[in-house]
Design a protein around this ligand. Structure first.
Ligand SMILES: [Zn+2]
Length: 300
């Protein structure tokens, strides 16, 4: 019998009463579970196997079958605050789908687990704090929430205990990013994408001009997402840059640990870079949902 922390990546119905759940386990990489009777209201697994949840699962790994029987699942973090933020939820769904589709199968994925868990925890924390930027997003997401069909947003009895804990912590001082893990909400997805480039062997050098090798001391003058190459002001000369200023400033802010102002430009540049190197993303269904969600927010 194996016991491991696991992040629920995805689940889909199987027969009238069961789920198939794909989870990224800390010990064994991606595992597919069959959860008989999981759709029933009284299922002991229900909240623990919601997409994006962090749970501790107990299962026996049978090497002769792709679907493992799950014995126990204990909810560790349902990420209530993340689920209340539509845009962050959409980004988190792209992250889990990318891991599910493009991480190697059948091998331990400890680094993938740690990076994804860190990003989801950062999202949950940032969505739960109440500074001005986050408050705007929260308003936009609550008005938009009724229009989404995202299953992971559904209310669940498992949130009851988490809610009371959050309310206790909702003092004005909680808005100040004092934690060593404090992260700007707008940087989290871009940082995860950058870390994923590194992790999968496609490191981007954010500080060097790809033409002259000079070290950049300010945002690059151009960026080529096909190659991941930056170009300095000197090398660009009188040419018109192809990359937008928002992209260049965002990538520089990511490097400096400053807040990215228009994260969708940086996120799209990193997604394009990954697409050119791994040749995917057409099949990442949740990117469509992310793009629809972005339109609900005031990005220009
Ligand atoms: Zn140069």
């Amino acid at each position: 019998m194996l016991k491991s922390r696991a992040i629920v990546l995805h689940r889909f119905p199987y027969s009238d009463s069961s789920w198939i759940v794909k989870a990224l386990t800390e010990e064994c990489g991606i595992v597919s579970f069959i959860v008989k009777g999981g759709k029933k209201k009284e299922s002991p697994f229900r909240g623990a196997l919601d997409p994006l949840a962090l749970s501790e699962v107990v299962f026996r790994q049978n090497p002769n079958t792709e679907l493992q029987f799950i014995k126990e699942a204990t909810l560790l973090d349902w990420r209530k605050d993340l689920r209340n933020d539509l845009l962050c939820t959409a980004k988190a769904q792209v992250m889990t789908e990318m891991i599910m589709r493009y991480a190697p199968q059948g091998v331990p994925l400890q680094e993938e687990f740690e990076n994804l868990e860190q990003a989801l925890r950062d999202f949950d924390r940032a969505c739960g704090s109440s500074d001005a930027t986050n408050a705007n997003s929260a308003n936009a997401s609550s008005s938009a929430r009724s229009s989404t069909s995202a299953e992971s947003l559904s209310a669940n009895s498992a949130t009851a205990s988490i809610t009371s804990k959050t309310e206790q912590n909702a003092s004005p001082s909680a808005a100040l990013p004092t934690s060593p893990h404090a992260t700007y909400k707008s940087n989290i997805f871009a940082q995860w994408l950058l870390d994923t480039c590194d992790m999968w062997g496609y490191n981007i050098d954010l500080t060097t001009c790809s033409r002259c090798g000079r070290t950049l001391d300010k945002p690059a003058a151009d960026f080529f997402p096909e190659t991941g190459g930056f170009v300095c002001e000197h090398c660009l000369g009188v040419d018109t840059p192809r990359a937008k200023a928002e992209t260049l400033n965002g990538l520089w802010a990511l490097h400096c640990g400053q807040q990215i102002e228009h994260p969708e430009f940086t996120e799209n540049a990193l997604l394009t870079y990954l697409r050119h190197h791994i040749g995917f993303l057409k099949e990442i269904h949740s990117i469509k949902f992310l793009n629809e969600t972005r339109k609900l927010f005031d990005y220009h």
